[in-house]
Design a protein around this ligand. Sequence first.
Ligand SMILES: *Cc1c(COP(=O)(O)O)cnc(C)c1O
Length: 242
Amino acid sequence: MPSSPVETPASISTVSIAERMAQVDARIRAAAEACGRDPATVALTVVSKTQGVEAIDAVLAAGARLFGENRVQEAQTRWTQERARPTDVELRLIGALQSNKAADAVALFDVIETLDRDSLARALATAIQKAGRAPRLLVQVNTGEEPQKAGIIPRDLDAFLRSVRDDYGLSVEGLMAIPPVDEAAGLHFALLGKLAARNGLKVLSMGMSGDFETAIRFGATHVRVGSAIFGERKSPEAPSRV
Ligand SMILES: *Cc1c(COP(=O)(O)O)cnc(C)c1O
């Protein structure tokens, strides 16, 4: 049910967040079915960066369990100080990780989606060994080879994956990408799928509010959705800065 503009602001936020999440869930299901995929093979990662307590509580109440965060400290505040983290909540780091925060990230996150360089692989391997806890790992790929964007460029990926495994003893379960804003996302999703298949990787984190249905068509197993659920973010957290 679309939220009507005459609702009072107080009632909108919680109600419409739950409604919008239900709409996103329904769109994911429809997109999967439209291409002959089992909807259960597509997971919704709710991108909770910048959101306040009430917004998060609304999506938790609506059933969200996978959350994407792009800053380690902000995620610590949200998931250890503002509330006790429900035990079945999975936290996924989707923003750039500095090597000096590797230990904090290993302690907090279940999945780190942004492994993108040798020095970070080394820092994560050290932190994982110390902590005795190993988040699952995705490698971020810079499919558009944009100079300002993080990620391994496609032609370096296979060697990087080998090095992560053989030199650091880390296992990688999939790939993540953020396509260039000004290009057809489908080409980039197709490329990421091809790179994953070639390396025997099963997890594909791709697709955001504007293009998650396309990503599902190209095999996404995890779509990262923020603004389609919460509305436009007030503070600028453009993915292109990640
Ligand atoms: C913010 C962000 C998203 C969510 O973007 P929306 O367009 O708000 O859905 C997804 N992925 C990454 C890496 C992000 O930083």
